[in-house]
Design a protein around this ligand. Structure first.
Ligand code: FES
Length: 103
């Protein structure tokens, strides 16, 4: 089963930008640039004991016709979205939201 946001690996490569101003880090077509937060990355607290947080979804086994997966790393039910992105967006001015997977 593929990870929620990396089912098409070639289209989902993630590059972590040390400096958002660096010209070589401008997003290219098919590449998502993720800016690391000061002091340790984009994941504030989810499953930090793991070397890499990877989840797999078999779309045919989803319980609901539409399932929301977290992309903000603030969900208390990660990898599922619990709406925590709303509080994060209000606090930071960010615009993140979930990945919606259809069965
Ligand atoms: Fe993270 Fe909704 S809680 S995208």
């Amino acid at each position: 089963m593929a990870t929620p946001f990396c089912a098409a690996a070639a289209a989902c490569r993630i590059s972590v930008a040390a400096s958002p101003a660096a010209p070589s880090l401008r997003p290219r077509r098919g590449v998502v640039a993720v800016r690391a937060e000061a002091g340790g990355g984009i994941n504030p607290a989810i499953r930090k004991e793991e070397d890499k947080v990877v989840d797999t979804v078999v779309t045919g086994e989803l319980a609901k016709p539409l399932t929301a997966y977290c992309r903000c790393w603030r969900s208390g039910t990660f990898p599922l979205c619990d709406g925590g992105h709303v509080k994060h967006n209000k606090a930071t001015g960010d615009n993140v939201g979930p990945l919606l997977v259809k069965k």
